[in-house]
Write a new protein. Structure first.
Length: 405
């Protein structure tokens, strides 16, 4: 089951923000995240804030959920400055957003446009479980304003999917890419996971090759993390399966970068490769580059002007707050200038464009010399005034960030 939320200061019942947070609203890109907390079944590795029908309990339902999100959108429209910023990106994540019918997702897109205004070139992404969509649903999503799809592929190897408790057939995500192209989607992503217990290097190559042959314009590849409280963690604890091996993880990353690079995909963030700059996920870039966003739905996180907050986690509690006309925010924190600077370094260091040396303090600036000597950052980029990870640096990114912060 999902874990607990962090502590923080109380949020006003109407969800209002400090004047310092809204004063510069519109100076940076503004995005919207919509969390859809429903899944048909829980994957063994997942600790996201999602619920199956058996876990949901009373007071919330898939049928009523879009209406709840619309209520939160209405509350938010009273908080943000009028005309401050049009929405540049929308991202429906989960959970399984495609458990909601296309017309329900389309209605939420229209509501966002009515209350905040969608930018003319807005990116609208929907995460999709391959088993929940077919040609007809994808046609309908495109007709209702969705511009980008992200399919959860994870692997093309049956025994790997079984360990992950994934319900789709190995070839289904590849069919989904084909159907999405036929529906008129220019931007399609496949999400992969590497390091699953029992996965071999050849298994991983097989998954990557299958993904590449489907010709998406974006591929995400994430290292498996065994999260406390999941079925996978219980199996590892009981000794039924071995935990992921760090050396194997590094090898898999190198294989991914090699095969994807050879196929014409270029990394732009540690776990993301794209066929062109146009294929970058603009919504995620907004997170990584310090933009503002409002997260709707239970457990969703938001950030505006240096204030970060998070909603109550359970859909029932979320519904009760909104029924009472109250903000569903559980708590918030105000980031200090030092905290904002540290997060900027931590996030921008993950990007292929890196970060400017001017963002570093004196001690961190001195550390870049050692990072150069250890070939963890690019020498030519450093000479040009930027910190950019080398391939070796990407493998040791967490250690590099610690040195820089």
């Amino acid at each position: 089951m999902p874990g607990t939320l962090p502590a923080g200061e109380p949020v006003p019942e109407d969800g209002s923000l400090p004047g310092s947070a809204t004063r510069g609203f519109g100076d940076t890109p503004f995005g919207v995240y919509v969390h859809v907390p429903f899944c048909r079944s829980r994957c063994g590795y997942c600790d996201f804030n999602t619920y199956t029908a058996a876990e949901l309990g009373g007071g919330a339902s898939q049928a009523a959920y879009p209406g709840l999100v619309e209520q939160e959108i209405d509350l938010t429209a009273k908080v943000l400055p009028v005309g401050g910023a049009r929405v540049s990106t929308v991202f429906f994540g989960g959970g399984t957003p495609t458990l909601l019918a296309p017309e329900r997702l389309g209605a939420l897109i229209r509501k966002i446009d009515e209350r905040f205004g969608l930018a003319e070139d807005a990116e609208v992404t929907v995460e999709a479980n391959p088993e929940t969509v077919g040609p007809a649903e994808l046609d309908q999503l495109r007709a209702r304003g969705v511009t980008r799809l992200s399919f959860g592929m994870q692997s093309a190897v049956p025994h790997v999917l079984r360990v992950l408790d994934r319900e789709h057939q190995p070839g289904r995500p590849l069919d989904c890419v084909r159907w999405a192209r036929a529906a008129g989607f220019e931007h399609v992503s496949l999400d992969l996971i590497y390091g699953t217990p029992g996965e071999s290097d050849d298994d991983w190559r097989r998954s990557l090759t299958a993904a590449i042959e489907a010709e998406p314009d974006h591929v995400s590849a994430y290292a498996l993390i065994v999260e406390d409280g999941t079925r996978l963690a219980a199996k590892v604890r009981r000794g039924e399966i071995k935990p992921p091996d760090d050396d194997a993880m590094a090898d898999r990353y190198l294989i991914a970068d090699d095969l994807l690079g050879t196929a014409g995909y270029r990394w732009y963030e540690l776990s993301n490769w794209a066929a062109s700059d146009r294929a970058h996920c603009r919504h995620n870039l907004l997170y990584w580059t310090g933009g503002d966003w409002w997260g709707f739905g239970p457990g969703a996180h938001s950030h505006v002007g240096g204030v970060r907050w998070w909603n109550v986690r359970h859909p029932s509690a979320y519904a009760q707050r909104l029924a009472a006309g109250r903000s569903p925010a559980a708590a918030r924190e105000r980031l200090t200038a030092a905290e904002q600077r540290m997060e900027e370094i931590m996030l921008r260091a993950r990007l292929a464009e890196g970060l400017p040396l001017s963002a570093l303090s004196g001690s961190a600036l001195q550390q870049t010399q050692r990072l150069l000597e250890n070939t963890l950052i690019d020498r030519s980029a450093h000479a040009a005034g930027r910190v950019v990870l080398t391939l070796r640096g990407r493998l040791l990114a967490d250690a590099v960030v610690r040195d820089l912060t």
